[in-house]
Ligand binder design. Structure first.
Ligand code: ZN
Length: 480
């Protein structure tokens, strides 16, 4: 397995070298200067752009993915080991219009339209002007467009890359705007606002069946993994969950495909009838959701899931010169801090410490349930017996200290920036025995990494603003 991956990575490297040698590139001298563009910079224009997006991932998350992948999967981590190492690497400041700390809507909006917006707003600037999104620009340039996410397809990131709306919460309107944009590929969760109230899972209040409307327009519709495998045409809507798709630890592989399987299906569809190329966004939202929960085991698997999709994108790039692959995130979630812990509270001596290491990664690997699923199983009135049973069954080697047990059973928090209960308390149980601590249940302003490989990648080098990322994408889509 390892050999295969290594060969694949070597092939990918050779392919990129060939691609850079052979690709017919349009050299454009930067004319209209915008912040972040260096004047007179020659830029290659990609035909296809694939954006792999881990919501909630900053450098600390990527490195956690790299290290855990090496220790537990014995696999290279393509994001760090290929894209960051062999491509260009930059950092993006993430602050929105107003506060220092961003939400996903404001961050993705800046990365899509090239301007700062207020938290919660979808690609409309504070002066009330809807600005052109990445996907609108791609469509106007004659490119095919695709959106893939493990969240609902109308969630903040895919929405901000596509449409304009005053609030990220107006789900039915967001779906209507997405439908009006007519992406060639839509994949993820969120079937609820595609189906009318009164049908299974449906929540639409206007009685419309949006899936039927897509089918009538000639789209193939997939509702599970087998359906996705069978959908080989150029236009595809795949909705695999009524709301968000599951964490890897809880996922039923027959019902929900992996992020990599969705990415592969999207590339198969978008590369057909595609004379002007395409822009594809592939998001793993569970990186963010698991970090809000302070769920290190689920975070690790979400990072592996997006990295497997990065591998799919790099393979596509090897076969298809002129493809730019970008890997990034929108903000850091959780103030994630792998560090040390005392073995117990009997002594403060350094001899009573351990540091998070291979043994602690193996403890994470033995956890067999997400903290979100534990919450569901505990229900509204958690019982001590059910809790003890869940810990014994799914968290081998872990013990729940009395103070944390009390927080779980009482559904209380002991600090104001930990609002996800019982997940944050259980996350601290894991932290105490592994050293994988968290500073918050929310977002932090740590700059995010952006790695790019392929034509145009050099634009993303260095320390920039997240609005510069959007400006660069528009420039590359317009081919100048
Ligand atoms: Zn978040």
């Amino acid at each position: 397995m390892l050999e295969l991956v290594v060969v694949r990575i070597m092939l990918a490297r050779a392919g990129r070298w060939l691609a850079s040698l052979l690709a017919v590139t349009v050299l454009a001298v930067g004319g209209c200067a915008s912040p972040g563009d260096s004047p007179a910079q020659a830029v290659q224009t990609p035909k296809n752009i694939i954006i792999l997006f881990a919501d909630g991932a900053a450098p600390v998350q990527w490195d956690f993915g790299r290290y855990s992948s090496a220790v537990l999967r014995r696999q290279p981590f393509a994001t760090t080991d290929i894209v960051f190492r062999d491509g260009t690497l930059g950092l993006l400041a993430t602050n929105p219009h107003g506060p220092y700390v961003t939400d996903s809507a404001a961050a993705a909006s800046a990365m899509s339209i090239g301007y700062k917006v207020v938290n919660g707003v979808v690609s409309i600037t504070p002066d009330g002007v809807p600005r052109r999104t990445v996907m609108q620009a791609a469509k106007a340039a004659g490119k095919r467009i695709g959106l893939v996410t493990t969240a609902t397809i109308y969630d903040a990131t895919p929405a901000a890359f596509s449409i304009n709306a005053k609030s990220r919460r107006d789900s039915q309107l967001l779906v209507d705007l997405l439908v009006a944009l007519e992406p060639d590929v839509l994949m993820g969760g969120g079937a609820d606002y595609f189906l009318p109230q009164g049908t299974p899972g449906g929540k639409r209040k206007d009685g419309k069946d949006i899936l039927a409307a897509f089918r009538a327009k000639g789209y193939q519709i997939a509702r599970d993994t087998a359906g996705l495998k069978a959908a080989t045409g150029p236009r595809l809507v795949g909705l695999f969950a009524d709301e968000d798709m599951e964490f890897e630890l809880d996922r039923d592989p027959a019902q929900e495909p992996t992020t990599a399987e969705m990415a592969a299906a999207a590339l198969r569809a978008l590369s057909q009838n595609s004379p002007n190329g395409f822009v594809l966004l592939v998001e793993n939202e569970n990186v963010d959701t698991s970090a809000h929960a302070n769920d290190a085991a689920s975070l690790m698997r979400a990072l592996w899931a997006i990295d497997d999709a990065v591998k799919v994108a790099l393979e596509f790039q090897r076969r298809t010169p002129g493809t730019l692959v970008i890997v990034t995130g929108d903000h850091e979630t959780g103030g994630f801090s792998p560090t040390y812990a005392l073995k117990d509270l009997s002594s403060l001596s350094s001899s009573n410490r351990f540091y998070a290491g291979d043994e602690q990664f193996r403890m994470l690997e033995r956890i067999t349930i997400s903290l979100g699923r534990v919450k569901e199983k505990l229900g509204r009135k958690p019982s001590g017996d059910v809790l003890d049973q869940l810990i014994a069954q799914h968290f081998p080697g872990f013990r729940l200290d009395p103070d944390l047990r009390q927080l779980v059973l009482g559904q209380k928090t002991d600090e104001r920036n930990f609002a996800y209960l019982p997940q944050n308390a259980l996350g601290r149980m894991v932290a105490r025995q592994t050293g994988f601590y968290w500073g918050t249940g929310g977002h932090t302003p740590e700059p995010v990494a952006v790695g790019a490989i392929g034509p145009g990648a050099e634009l993303f080098r260095g320390y920039q603003d997240n609005s510069d990322f959007g400006k660069h994408l528009h420039r590359l889509i317009q081919g100048k």
